[in-house]
Structures are given as structure tokens and as C-alpha cells.
Design a protein around this ligand. Sequence first.
Ligand SMILES: [Zn+2]
Length: 403
Amino acid sequence: MLRIFPSTHQPHSPTHLSKEKLIHNGDPSGCIAIGPDTLLSVENSQISIGDRPAYFIGEQECNLILRTEIDPVSEKRYRGYDRIIQSLRHLAISINTTMKIEMGLDPLEVQASAFGRKLHISSNFHSDKILDALRMALSSKPDDNSKSHRAQFQDRKSWDIVIEARRKRHMNKLINMFPADFSRTHFNSVVNKCRNEITQAKTIRLDSSLDDLAIAKQCESAFETMFSAMKDIREKGTSERILIHHPLKDPSLIGKLPPGVTETRHAELNIEEYLADNVDVEYDKAIEELELTPGQHVIVAMAGRFVPCATCSEIEHSSIKDGFFSPKNNQFVLMRSSDRIGKAFANEVQHFPLSVLSKDPDISRQKALQIRDNFLFNPEKLRSYGAEVVNAYSLDTDSEDSD
Ligand SMILES: [Zn+2]
């Protein structure tokens, strides 16, 4: 099923805690407003730093974003357009795993998308090592026993056991899909299934004038882009089809952050900001390749290891509602394979992709400040507040069976 629009979340009676007790609990670095002052930031005695809207929260503020904890959800089946999401996910997890295990670096998250005949990849940290990690991942040998790498039911809340099993399975799946001999047997079989499921199952939910064949063509194009990019990497070690996007560091914050505080803009937001900043060129390229007419939607499927975190979910939802990814713009629409929301991240500065929030710089700044202030002072206004979460991990499916 193709899901473009997140559903409206109803909080599930979260336990009420006193915000005032937790904010500013003797820890001066627990909450930092970044960017211009607002009425709320002044009222809360927050002296803003830096020029560009962003925020930092500590563990205590993070705990104010109350969540409804649930067990790992049942099996998720990747069908139709979700098959490209699945493949992008294998790619992202393979890069992530290689960085962590082979290179001793933690990107925290890698996300990927394919549109306009390019494969776009980014990470929260160490994005300069993505290509090296991809080369290494593709050169690793398939593990014939990977099907047996599954966490037992009783271990499904254990991060270490779940993630180790998943890493092995997904590395294997990437290599099987894009093998060293460039065989298209398995690849063609997956793409054919995908096309049939989109055009015959009629289960696609998409607010668009695109017909099923046009949707299937976009999915096939994304698959072909991935295949060409993986072939290039194997043959040449590099590919003109791959664009790496890097997290933002705000120069106006140099020397102003407490010691040890990191700053990032999350992987998916880096890709989305690139797209918003280069919309005209990218849209023209995409519709030419897909033989669309101006005004028809180009689908941007995005995937990684995790579901979008609390910040990314706010940004993406706001963008779909009335920002860059609004279907009313008749350009790009964002696709995720579920509506779930991951955790908020404490102890790192979260930068926003301003162009994704709105094409109008003033509106975009206002939206960013509102999201910032909600994280700092009004967590109950966040989409993630009260939303279900699997606290042990926020993987982009918590089911061991859904690869
Ligand atoms: Zn995020």
C-alpha cells in the first residue's frame, strides 16, 4: 500500500507530568533555544543563541515528550511501492553496519532515496565515509546462513540481539539483489512483482492524478537507478548516479555550545533540503525521465533503519501539509512506508531543513521557530506526544519477520 499522508495521531492517555518541575532542573545545558527570540523563549527565560532556528534538549526535556510504549508490532509486508522502500532500507542498513563494524564510526542513521535517475544517500554523522562504506558492503561475501539470523521471540526487545541479526540479513539481501556478476534474475523478479502489485492489487492510496502505470513506472525507475549505481560502484568504485548529502553545521554556533554537545541535521532532512533547494532542476529532470507532463507528481520514497524521529516527523508532516511536499504544489510528494514516529533525540542540536518547511523564507522561519518552541516548551503540541513507540528501538519495522 502506498502511503503518502501520515494519519492523524490521537494521544493514548499519556501520564501527565509537571513540565515546570522538569524544565531547567538545575542543568543550564538542558534546554537551548537556537535562532531568534520568540515570546515563548523570552517568557521561559531562554536566551537564544545563533542565527538559524534549531533546538537542543537534554534527557529531562526529552522525557517530557510522553509516549505510549508498545511491544514490537506484527509482521510488515513490503508489497507494491513499498518494495523500493525495502531495498533502500537494505542499502541504508548495510552502509550503517559497515561504518559501525568495519570502520569504527557511528553514523547513527543512514537514509536513502532514488529520484531523477540519482540515488541520494545521507547520514546523521560521518557522511564523508558513506561511499567507502558502500564499497566495502558490496564487496563482502554473502552469508549463506543469514536466513537463520533471527532473534527469538523472547529476545525481540533486546536491541543487541535484534540489530545483530538484522544487520546480517540485510547485508545479504543487498548483495543478492545487486550481485557481483550483475545478474538481473532476482532483481527482475522483484521489479515484476512490484509492477504487478501496483497495477493489479489496486491498493494504492495516493492523492494524485497519477494512474497505476505511471506509479509503477516511477517505482521501476527507482529500482533501475539503484541497480546502475550499485553496478558502477562494483565496476569503478564510484558512480555519477550517487549523490551524498551532508548534515548542517551552523557557523553562528561556533564557541557557543556547551562542551561535548554535537549538532546535526538528520539524514532524511539533508536529502529533502537538497531537493527543495534544487526543485526546478530536479523536477524537470524527473518528469523528462518519467515522461510525465508538468504538474504531475514525482514520488520521493525515503527509507532508512529507523522510522522518522520526533523531529523529522514534525518537519515532514508540516511539509506535506502546506510546505514543499504538499501535493498541491504539483511537484514532489514524499512517501514513507508507515506513519510511525520514532524517538526524540536528546543531547544533540537538531537543525531544520528550512526550504522543506516552506518555499517562502519568512514562513519557513516561523514554522521552524514554532516547532523549536514546541520541543522546548510545549511538548504536548508535538505529533509524537502520546504516540505509540517501541521504546527498545525505533526501527522502521519492529517485526523480525518483515525484512
Ligand atoms: Zn530524525
